[in-house]
Design a protein around this ligand. Sequence first.
Ligand SMILES: NC(=O)c1ccc[n+]([C@@H]2O[C@H](COP(=O)([O-])OP(=O)(O)OC[C@H]3O[C@@H](n4cnc5c(N)ncnc54)[C@H](OP(=O)(O)O)[C@@H]3O)[C@@H](O)[C@H]2O)c1
Length: 248
Amino acid sequence: MKKFGLIGYPLSHSFSKKYFTEKFLKMGLSDHQYDLYPIEQAEMLQEILDNNPEIRGINVTIPHKIAVIPLLSRVDDSAKGVGAVNVIKVERDSNGMPILIGYNSDVYGFRESLKPLLKPHHKKALILGTGGASKAVEYALKELNIEYRFVSREGDINKLIYSELDEATLNEYTVIVNCSPLGTYPNVESCPAIPYEFLTSNHLLFDLVYNPEETLFMKKGKEHGAAVKNGLEMLHLQAERAWAIWNG
Ligand SMILES: NC(=O)c1ccc[n+]([C@@H]2O[C@H](COP(=O)([O-])OP(=O)(O)OC[C@H]3O[C@@H](n4cnc5c(N)ncnc54)[C@H](OP(=O)(O)O)[C@@H]3O)[C@@H](O)[C@H]2O)c1
């Protein structure tokens, strides 16, 4: 048996469990299993690994993406850069002790999902929201040589606030990435407070939200001719990246 799973708390509904369970079924991998491990403290990962020596890979979600880092043997560059781990590869040494290697597959997922839409004039981006996902987006934009500014409800010297965004800002920053949960079902009538009237066909709006398929942020962008994309492909790409890491 090869086991995989997700740690986080609470774990109510899980995209990863459904995705990997269906994948194993499709691939005929009847000796593969994906389980949920709702743990309140990241340190409880050790107990899970002790009780399940067949575990090969773990996904990590809120609130443990940062707290797991000190428990790992190694962390790859992108996870180090982001400061958060969402994928752990589990290897065993000759004594059967776990060797845990941390990765961040959101960086890959976002970068590869954004790339096909990028045009030469897309040189600067606004990142809306400053939570965990925004850090992966930041790292990916750096890799793509796209300058960026964060937009937050609370500004400081490094961050804009929404009320500061005007026509000049939107002319300069033609990529806008929603890293806030605004617009997620059932709150589909909400969207980030940017001045949509200044959007043009030069703009590219990427929403990390994937439910609903078209968020209000995307709808308003489209109304002004902007290119738009939701976070579904990113979600699938990060899962496939995790699969490649576990099998690499
Ligand atoms: N597609 C994918 O593969 C993928 C991957 C990861 C995450 N996501 C989605 O991305 C979104 C963000 O994830 P996250 O983990 O970073 O969430 P998070 O840690 O909760 O952070 C979201 C950020 O959004 C801003 N925000 C929160 N509530 C807001 C409100 N009412 N109005 C305006 N801004 C608000 C906050 O930034 P400020 O305090 O600075 O304003 C907050 O730090 C979620 O919807 C998540 O489902 C998608």
